[in-house]
Design a protein around this ligand. Sequence first.
Ligand SMILES: [Fe+2]
Length: 243
Amino acid sequence: MSTSTLDAVRPATTVNTAAAPRFDMYAWIHKALRAFMSDTLVRIGRLDVSDPADRDAGLAQLNELLDFCCDHIRHENDFIHTAIEARRPAGASRVAGEHVDHLDSIDALRSEAAGLAAAPAASAPALALRLYRHLALFVAENFEHMHVEETQHNAMLWEQYSDAELVALHDRLVASIPPAGQLLVARWMLPMLPPVDRALLVGDMKAGMPPEALLGVLTMVRPHLDAAGWRKLALAAGVAPGA
Ligand SMILES: [Fe+2]
């Protein structure tokens, strides 16, 4: 993706419960994260440890998820928490503390995954089940954590900042993500949004990237959409659905 396209990976302004529409920088990326976590958990649950190709592919997805989680924590700490605490000292301390715990959990999960990859056949099923259960606890903790961010952190952001300031902050965050990271975000974000939000996102992408790059993104996400979803996305992107 081009640098200008980095700006495209931006959540829509959503409607909060106070009735005033505000810019919600958590909404779209957390949908992507919830989907990536859920898909990976299910995949680890059905891992065939007797098949090295299946085992290694599943563990590779897990490591990709854990890398994604580390990047996400860094983005939130560096950009969002810094902004919150600039105007509300210690306002992000609870969530920041949870991030420290999450990084410890990520290290433990990586270690269990490495142990499973090297395990003899006799112990592999038990290690896989242990990894699945620990990943489930990590996902559960993260689901609660993201809810706190989307409610309490958004409340502080909305109180302390204008939407224009929040959009600028989010643009700086997104611009810090390298192209490979942007593609991974698109993989897990675009299919997980309602069609109206997909259309907004793909419209911004189209404005900021060469047509062949946009086609590459669409080709990547197409297998993750149903037929109706693909038709709507193709229409929004201005490409032929049968292409
Ligand atoms: Fe977080």
